[in-house]
Write a protein that binds this ligand. Structure first.
Ligand code: PLP
Length: 356
């Protein structure tokens, strides 16, 4: 049973924590290569791709930077709908890139037609467009398939860079079918591992672009990851405990629970959360795009922090509001390995606390 409902890091099953205490192995030896090969095979169905995938000892923010240094020479379009999609802007500016922004209000999703219109009306060519699949600050899931299609149709050589940090393994991601170029996730969200590594899928077009980028840095160079991955290795010393845990967790996700059942459990957790909180809290974001992994709520019976504190006293940890929604909202993370029964128990307690 879990009593931890933060939208990342999420609850980690005890057997996974135990896996992280196994003895070290050398990362250039046969044992590590076998471990890596097993992981690489399971990453294909996770991203629904036949293209390259890598594991980086870094977090999601690092992968945003990695995507930009490998793919964007000059100009970037960032789509924003909350705090994490806005983070791309700050990173791009810190790299000296020319950035345009297509923004919607917090709580809304990006409209694929607006993206298509923006791309046709601007004469500027973008090296890449960023899309945040699931905006964790507001609990909004963007329609990546439709957004990527808009980019493919309006500007075929613009790369599509997707943050799937709080969606991968909780919401379907179809890398090849949707025509994505970079898609990444840190593991402390719906994958339900302790924070510390990140997973990424890259297209052939991305690797071709990286080859043309003269200054890709060192640690984030996708071509170096590709070279090493081709012989089941990584460029620098990885977090080996995470690799043990990832291998076991991917077996669980793909072969024990299975992806369709996992996605269904996440949808049920979302629906249960929205339904059971409706009498004392307003869904802060557009219901048509309500996220299966995190819900941002505006309580009507007390302020968000008081509610969270009262729940903490009863042994349940909920997420606070984020960024400009910090005061107004609290967030319930319902992703990863959280059993439905745990969510039900938490919602029972919240009902009592909020109904006063
Ligand atoms: N993108 C999204 C959607 C996130 O929710 C987060 C973290 O919560 C990040 C990026 C940053 O990831 P990390 O904290 O792993 O660097």
């Amino acid at each position: 049973m879990s009593n931890f409902f933060v939208p990342g890091p999420t609850w980690v099953r005890p057997e996974i924590l135990k896996e992280m205490t196994r003895p070290m192995i050398g990362h250039r030896g046969a044992e590590f290569r076998e471990l890596y090969a097993r992981i690489a095979a399971d990453l294909k169905p996770l991203f629904a791709t036949a293209q390259d995938t890598f594991v980086m000892t870094a977090t999601g923010t690092a992968l945003m930077e990695a995507a930009l240094v490998n793919c964007v020479n000059r100009r970037l379009l960032v789509t924003t709908c909350g705090a994490f999609s806005e983070r791309w802007l700050a990173i791009a500016e810190s790299l000296g890139l020319e950035v345009d922004k297509l923004a919607v209000e917090w709580g809304q999703a990006i409209d694929p037609e607006d993206l298509a219109d923006h791309l046709t009306s601007r004469r500027a060519h973008y090296d890449a467009v960023t899309i945040t699949h699931n905006e964790t600050s507001t609990g909004v899931t963007n329609d990546v398939a439709a957004l990527a299609r808009a980019v493919r149709e309006e500007s075929p050589d613009t790369l599509v860079l997707v943050d799937a940090v709080s969606s991968l393994a909780g919401i379907p991601v179809r890398f090849d079918e949707w025509g994505l170029d970079v898609c990444f996730a840190s593991v402390q969200k719906a994958i339900a591992l302790p924070p510390g590594i990140a997973l990424v899928a890259v297209s052939a077009q991305t690797l071709a672009r990286a080859r043309k980028m003269p200054y890709r840095g060192t640690y984030f160079d996708f071509l170096e990851y590709k070279k090493q991955a081709d012989s089941d290795g990584v460029p620098a010393t990885p977090s080996i405990p995470h690799f043990y845990a990832l291998s076991k967790q991917l077996t669980h996700i793909i072969r024990e629970e299975t992806l369709p059942a996992r996605f269904e459990r996440h949808r049920r957790m979302r629906d249960m959360t929205i339904e059971r909180t409706a009498k004392y809290a307003r869904l802060a974001s557009d219901p048509a795009h309500a996220s299966p992994t995190v819900t941002a709520l505006e309580p009507s019976t007390s302020d968000a922090e008081t509610l969270r504190y009262a729940m903490k006293e009863r042994g349940f940890t909920l997420g606070g509001g984020y960024g400009q929604w910090k005061e107004r909202t609290f967030r319930i993370g319902h992703m990863g390995d959280i059993p439905l029964k745990s969510l039900e128990a938490m919602l029972d307690a919240l009902d009592k606390v909020a109904s006063g």
